[in-house]
Design a protein around this ligand. Structure first.
Ligand SMILES: [Fe+2]
Length: 268
């Protein structure tokens, strides 16, 4: 049951740079995959670009094996309350939309959602929210249809975080024989967020250690930080599977990065 999970594919930027990261994967590996999860940030401008990005992925993997979870970039020039449109684009293309979705492949259950953050990583969520609103593109390029198409605020993404977190807790509470793998865009581990982001760190991840310790999923894969690190919490491996921007990945390193998200290789 080889499943590949990759976050921060930013495929639009790679193709604009004249590089195709997927070409680094061997036809043997691609042909053996039972599923590919894009754990957020497939591309900017989803209403214009997702269709062609999914078509590009389908050159390598059958459409029915492609699962797309939106990251923050996948809402740029779109609306935060626009998951229905993203689901429609996936359905029209023949791929699967993986927001708040339970996907069972073999005897493994994948729980996937964007996650966002609670801005509570450090002592002062109010300060972290102000910093995010001031300095992060998310709060410039994403709007909220249900609020007159105004720009989103950190309180909007914190609200969705609470919803996604409650959904994850509910799903993790349901017993299941077999493995459970959580796939999110944002980081669930306070030590895996990266350094020197100051007040912005709380926009990259939250402290979900109590949830991980309580439910002990086999694996929790995430992206967003572009910082390829991992940690073990009890029996749970928490691992970043960001590909990242083309300028951050020297030619020849793509395959090794992709293989970090090859689930059978991590859990075996
Ligand atoms: Fe991201």
């Amino acid at each position: 049951m080889p499943i590949l999970v990759v976050a921060d594919l930013h495929l639009d930027m790679w193709l604009q740079a004249g590089r195709d990261p997927l070409a680094a994967l061997s036809p043997e590996l691609l042909g053996s995959l039972d599923g590919v999860f894009i754990a957020g940030d497939l591309s900017n401008k989803p209403k214009v670009r997702w269709q062609s990005m999914i078509r590009h992925l389908a050159r390598y993997v059958p459409l029915e094996h492609i699962h797309v979870l939106p990251g923050n970039h996948d809402y740029y020039d779109h609306v935060l309350d626009g998951d229905d449109r993203l689901a429609e684009i996936c359905a029209e293309a023949g791929a699967n939309f993986a927001q708040k979705s339970v996907t069972v492949i073999g005897d493994t259950r994948f729980l996937s959602c964007t996650l966002w953050t609670d801005f509570a990583l450090h002592a002062d969520p109010g300060r972290a929210m102000m910093a995010a609103q001031r300095d992060m593109n998310d709060y410039r390029y994403i709007r909220c249809a249900g609020a007159g198409f105004r720009r989103i605020r950190p309180s909007d993404t914190a609200f969705i975080h609470a919803d996604h977190r409650a959904w994850l807790e509910e799903k993790l509470s349901a017993p299941l024989a077999g493995e459970t793998i959580v796939v999110t865009h944002h980081c669930p581990h306070p030590d895996l967020i990266g350094e020197r982001r100051g007040d912005l760190e709380a926009a990259y991840g939250s402290n979900l250690l109590p949830m991980i310790e309580k439910f002990q999923p086999d694996l929790w894969l995430f992206g967003h930080t572009h910082w390829r690190v991992e940690a073990t919490v009890g029996k749970t491996v928490v691992r970043n599977v960001s590909l990242a921007y083309p300028g951050q990945v020297p030619a020849g390193e793509e395959e090794g990065i992709f293989l970090r998200g090859l689930v059978s290789a991590i859990t075996s």
